[in-house]
Write a protein that binds this ligand. Sequence first.
Ligand SMILES: Nc1ncnc2c1[nH]c(=O)n2[C@H]1C[C@H](O)[C@@H](COP(=O)(O)OP(=O)(O)OP(=O)(O)O)O1
Length: 169
Amino acid sequence: MIRPSPIDWSTWSAPVHATLMFVVREGRILLIEKKRGLGAGKINGPGGKIDPGETPRECAMRETEEELLIRVKDPVKLGELHFAMSDVPDILCHVYRAGDFDGVPTETDEAVPLWFATADIPYHRMWSDDRYWLPVMLEGRTFLGRFAFTGDDVSWNQLVTDVEWPEGE
Ligand SMILES: Nc1ncnc2c1[nH]c(=O)n2[C@H]1C[C@H](O)[C@@H](COP(=O)(O)OP(=O)(O)OP(=O)(O)O)O1
């Protein structure tokens, strides 16, 4: 049975806009263990909130540089995630993927870099929505994910694949 959405997504908007960046290279993905802020202790991609005047792409690159001291090359936007949260403000998150970078992934006061085989992703240590869309991102396909949360748990989800994002976004 398809459950009706608890959210009217046609009028939904988020007060917080953020980004995630995934480097995927030679069958491995570069993740972080987040040391502070929302999601501290979880494994995720580098990323964070978009600053005023910044584009999502600029944010994703800046946050990756701040958290891991690397400069990603030619990131491509693959996804958008709409999170309707129960206990923190709602979040719209832009998801980028890159295949290369300059520098050496290095631990900072924000993050510990961790490489995983793409067949061995630790979903049990990640946000509970990740298992729905990350496999699609790994296939290099585009997507729009909508998730309603109750606390830390996904209570409703929808994933649309093969979405056309505007050129250069
Ligand atoms: N549900 C879910 N799944 C996957 N990823 C995320 C979520 N919710 C999230 O917020 N995120 C991601 C999106 C961002 O990359 C981070 C949250 O950003 P945050 O650490 O709060 O932003 P910063 O700008 O780095 O933090 P401060 O400087 O404000 O401390 O998690």
